[in-house]
Design a protein around this ligand. Sequence first.
Ligand code: 4GX
Length: 224
Amino acid sequence: MNFSILTIFPEYFDVLKSGLIGKAIESHKFTVDIVNIRDFSQDKHLKTDDYPYGGGAGMVMTPDPLVRAIEGTDPEHKAKRIYLSPKGKTLNQNVVESLAKENNLLLVCGSYEGIDERVIELCIDEEISIGDYVLTGGELPALVLLNTVARYVDGVLGSSESTSEESFSNNLLEYPQYTRPAEYRGLKVPDVLLNGNHAEINKWRQEQSLKITKERRPDLLKWI
Ligand code: 4GX
């Protein structure tokens, strides 16, 4: 899998050098190409934004550097081209699983009041939102999307942390987890987890999942 990320803040993505994702990139499980949109500006001051037609607060990203960056990075339109925006379809684990089937994702990060609408019309396949709140730019949403999709790339997760047994893969929230010590500040680990009876443990965990989902996210149970 190959990710291309188009941004005017390439240093935001230094965070990809650390953790599980950093290890996976280092060992060539997938590639990430960070593209500086400013490099495609033909303006003498390398400008990438301008005042909005019709007036209003803030600036809008100019179409030409963006379109040239997208077409320069993905000349044959092999990638699914995504614009991160609060107006998009909300990201959830089903959307993540379907994006994980793609070989090439190109993520466009917009700043300020957004990008010229014609870029979306000409170049973008899908708009995706990471949730109903407003950030200063699409960089964090792009990192969130990459992180969630990368977990489905072969070899990124170890077998013990695979995507098949977790929250949302069964449409339920996860049961509580415990590790040593068996008693901490007077609080005991539930007995059932100590007795080694795996049928009983699985039953308990399923019950706990259902209970916490009913309490906190009843909306997730609507499909049952
Ligand atoms: N989920 N942002 C996009 C620029 C912008 C402003 C207005 C379109 C219209 C966001 C989110 C998000 C901040 C990325 C504003 N684009 N993206 N950016 N929530 O808040 O995806």
